[in-house]
Design a protein around this ligand. Structure first.
Ligand code: TYD
Length: 147
């Protein structure tokens, strides 16, 4: 049996925009990401959302332990991050630029452009127990962390 995932006891870093390496080429540009080298964690999982209908939003949760790195691989969208105290909105529209979302950060993703692809690198395998899906529960846990 696996152990339940505990809420963290230390406050994590702030969300941060990170520019990735670019190999510019007349045939088309290339960007690469090496785990633990270009983003501040090692990733074990990649997922992406696509075919998002106009006006829809994704996310609406926080992770206890898992870190995420979000890239608009195609098109654009907004990511609203919230550490339980302050909110910040980031507009992502470059395939070489991503947003590091540390654990214990509530995120909502909206304003998807048509045909956009939201690519996410995650530090951990999918684990339902790692999620806060209720904002008030997340906020109570976030408020207990040292500031
Ligand atoms: P969810 O994380 O809520 O998506 P988003 O944050 O983009 O709105 O996940 C939606 C569903 O997909 C949920 O039932 C769990 C499942 N899922 C997996 O099975 N594996 C994964 O790696 C992810 C991210 C989600």
């Amino acid at each position: 049996m696996t152990e339940p995932i505990a809420a963290p006891t230390t406050r994590r870093a702030r969300p941060q925009i990170i520019d990735l390496p670019r190999v510019l080429d007349a045939r088309g540009n290339l960007t690469f990401i090496e785990s633990g080298r270009h983003i501040p964690f090692t990733f074990t999982r990649v997922y992406y959302t696509y075919d998002v209908p106009g006006g829809e939003s994704r996310g609406g949760h926080a992770h206890k332990q898992c870190h995420s790195f979000v890239i608009a691989a195609s098109g654009s969208f907004d990511v609203v991050v919230d550490d339980g105290f302050t909110q910040e909105r980031f507009f992502l529209n470059r395939s070489y630029r991503g947003l590091w979302i540390p654990s214990m950060t509530w995120r909502e993703i909206d304003n998807f452009s048509s045909g956009s692809v939201c690519l996410v690198l995650a530090s951990d395998f999918y684990e339902a127990d790692d999620y806060y899906r209720d904002y008030d529960e997340f906020k109570r846990a976030a408020e207990k962390l040292p500031r």
